[in-house]
Design a protein around this ligand. Structure first.
Ligand code: CU
Length: 199
């Protein structure tokens, strides 16, 4: 599946970053991009059923990722909280498409999986000339892959968006303190002691 060509509004959106979002911060960006966020939420709604996501090739990476808030060497500083279970679609490639995130994130609640967030994951490649941005929000990174689920060598940028569950730390915070992995069959705490260090 080839990524869809950016629509006119997406191009306008990308070229207009400096005029609104960056200077004004995430809350204002949320306001400025309200129509786009609503359109994205509508497009992603069908994935509240994880089986629909799997059929569209968003595949589960199983572990429910959460963070203690402790600083980790070679890692971004992630505030205490969880991301959840990432479902990754490797058939979506190319520049990040605001209407087509390549990752969906679910929180295990009881015996169910609740769609809570979407994420754009962009590998650092020689043709990538600048830090990607969407919705007036610069991506985090570049950072190493998050072991044990992503190899350390997979250097990338990413942007999380809590489209279906409010996040007190902000719409674009990488972690959400209101999401937890206590109901997950496979919890995966990324903490300093669990991180593989060099030889
Ligand atoms: Cu994530």
């Amino acid at each position: 599946m080839r990524p869809a060509k950016p629509t006119r509004w997406a191009v306008t959106l990308l070229s207009c970053l400096t005029c609104i979002g960056l200077a004004a911060g995430p809350a204002a960006a949320q306001e400025a991009y309200k129509a786009e966020l609503d359109a994205l939420r509508k497009a992603m709604e069908k994935y509240q059923d994880y089986k629909v996501a799997v059929r569209d090739l968003y595949l589960s990476t199983v572990g429910c990722v959460h963070y203690s808030g402790e600083k980790m060497a070679h890692h971004m500083d992630y505030p205490k909280g969880a991301m959840g279970v990432h479902f990754v679609n490797v058939t979506i490639a190319g520049p990040p498409d605001p209407m087509k995130p390549n990752v969906l994130i679910y929180e295990p609640v009881g015996k169910e999986l609740k769609l809570v967030a979407v994420e754009w994951l962009v590998p650092l490649t020689p043709d990538l000339k600048a830090r990607p941005s969407l919705f007036g929000q610069p991506f985090m990174g570049p950072m190493e892959g998050h072991e044990p689920l992503i190899p350390k060598e997979y250097v990338h940028y990413d942007l999380h968006m809590w489209l279906f569950k409010p996040n007190p730390l902000g719409l674009f915070s990488p972690t959400n303190p209101d999401v937890n992995c206590t109901d997950a069959d496979f919890g995966l705490l990324e903490a300093p002691t669990k991180h593989r260090h060099g030889p």
